[in-house]
Design a protein around this ligand. Structure first.
Ligand SMILES: Cc1ncc(COP(=O)(O)O)c(C=O)c1O
Length: 501
């Protein structure tokens, strides 16, 4: 860095630090909404958004004006009323841990350039492995070979897991390519689309992914799984893997992993658990039961950037057979993973697909050390308590809010019902008259748009049982009962206004 920009760096750090230590609160808008055209115009007031040809170097004041605009017009995901998605409320320690990792700018590929982080990854993966039951409590907390790896997100973790499954099915797949078996992967219809994308990238095709029916709340129906496997076999397919979901994206439903493990063991299928969202229930002694049976899985992908407030991204893939990672992914590049270099056996890079890899472990390790196991458990338990509070509010709303599913974890999915349609039950969505269905379906996006415009809250909506419904995701530790109440009040106000108009 040239010394003449040191002031600029310090000024940006100061702004970022202020954002972390004094995050937006209930009095601030969750978003200052601007359209794409308005954003272009706004940035014309500083440095412009586009990078034109022969772009000149902007001055410090121009850059700082742009930084202020970035902060002002970005989504405030640490705002207590951001309940839009299954990430929110970054832990400030994780944020600055991320900065520190960036400042040290290295890759997790080799021990020689990441000595501390290599050891940290081992420590964290071993602890996660013990929580999931992949390792025994008495196992070495710093094993020579960690039980997994860090990767760039949950979709990537699922892709890796399915490739590992294929490697077990056909050990020469890495060199010889696919042997022509029409492989099939089973996942519930409420499971994440990463399964289809992974199958597409692996050359299996999305048709290889068999969507198994799920129940009213979003959990896979076991008898349907057995039937789907039988049907696939009859059709000449070769069942490869079952993906059990621990916390579906929309309703936070948990598949019965114990039962899925039984099916997979009996039929010799790979069990991959998508715990991207709900894996973090394992941090809480009172919530861990939701993943009962996960210890019998072959792999588990876990996004710490969802419930645990890590900055995006922070994903661990745990595996039952750590040796398979190198067997499946090693390329043996002799310019990087030299067999005769100091401590080369610790290199993580030849056990994964990626070469350069962000240091995602530092923020997690720092936060975990600072909060302790009890702090991590408290984060999960607060989220569940806020969801319970939301359900109580729905129940006492006089029919203004009607739940769509009966899950009891952190997602509350519900409809806002206009006064002239109350009382309305939504237990049997197929029986809702068409005109009511149409009205409700169209209201949710319009209510959300109103709330975006006035910044009163950010809440997601999506079709559930064919009806656009809201999804309150209770995850952020900033979210308090008063914020839940305020979000519901904002929905009610926007809805009443729209219906009145
Ligand atoms: C259940 C589930 N699985 C997988 C993913 C994909 O994770 P990522 O966004 O890190 O690729 C998500 C993301 O929302 C998810 O909710």
């Amino acid at each position: 860095m040239t010394p003449d920009r040191a002031h600029l760096v310090e000024a940006i750090v100061e702004r970022a630090t202020r954002y972390v230590t004094e995050p937006p609160d209930g009095a601030d808008p969750v978003i200052s909404l601007a359209s794409p055209a308005e954003l272009v115009e706004i940035f014309e007031g500083s440095v412009g958004l586009a990078l034109t040809d022969s772009a000149p170097a902007a001055t410090d004041p121009e850059i700082l004006a742009a930084v202020d605009q970035v902060v002002e017009y970005s989504m405030h995901t640490s705002h207590p009323r951001f309940v839009n998605q299954n990430f929110a409320g970054p832990d400030p320690i994780a944020v600055v841990g991320d900065w520190l990792g960036a400042a040290l700018n290295t890759t997790g590929a080799t021990f020689e350039v990441a000595p501390v982080f290599t050891m940290m990854e081992t420590a964290v993966l071993a602890k996660l492995g013990r929580l999931a039951g992949f390792l025994e409590d008495a196992d070495d907390p710093l094993p020579a070979l960690p039980p997994g790896l860090f990767c760039a997100g949950g979709s990537m973790g699922t892709l890796f897991a399915l490739q590992l499954a294929r490697h077990r099915h056909q050990p020469d797949v890495t060199s010889a390519g696919a042997n022509g078996d029409r492989l099939a992967v089973f996942v519930s219809e409420a499971g994440h689309y990463a399964a289809g994308k992974s199958a597409a990238l692996m050359g299996l095709g999305t048709d290889a992914v068999v969507k198994v029916s799920s129940d009213h709340d979003g959990a896979m129906i076991l008898s349907e799984l057995e039937r789907a496997i039988d049907r696939a076999e009859t059709a000449g397919m070769v069942p490869l893997a079952v993906i059990g979901t621990a916390g579906t994206t929309v309703t936070a439903a948990f598949d019965d992993l114990e039962a899925l493990a039984g099916v997979c063991e009996r039929r010799e299928l790979w069990l991959h658990v998508d715990g991207c969202y709900g894996g973090s229930a394992l941090f809480s002694a009172s919530q861990a039961w939701r993943l009962r049976g996960v210890e019998r899985a072959d792999s588990l992908v876990w996004n710490l950037h969802k419930m645990m407030g890590m900055t995006q991204q922070c994903t661990a893939l745990l595996v039952r057979e750590p040796d398979r990672l190198a067997a499946c992914f090693s390329a043996g590049a002799d310019y990087l993973f030299q067999s005769d270099k100091l401590h080369g056996e610790y290199d993580a890079g030849d056990r994964t697909f990626q070469c350069a890899r962000r240091i995602d472990v530092l923020k997690l390790w720092l936060t975990w050390k600072a909060r302790g196991d009890a702090g991590f458990a408290a984060r999960i338990e607060h989220a569940v308590a806020m969801a319970e509070h939301t359900r109580r509010r729905l129940a006492g709303s006089g029919g203004a809010f009607v739940p769509m599913v009966s899950g009891d974890f952190t997602n509350v999915v519900f409809a806002w019902v206009p006064p002239h349609l109350r009382p309305l039950t939504l237990d049997a969505p197929d029986e809702i008259p068409n005109h009511v269905r149409r009205e409700l379906h169209q209201l949710a996006p319009r209510i959300k748009a109103r709330m975006q415009a006035d910044g009163s809250g950010m809440i997601g909506y999506q079709p559930v049982h064919g009806l656009n419904t809201f999804r309150m995701i209770c995850m952020s530790p900033m979210l308090q009962a008063a914020d839940v109440d305020a979000i519901l009040a904002a929905i009610d106000a926007a809805g009443s206004d729209l219906v009145g108009a």
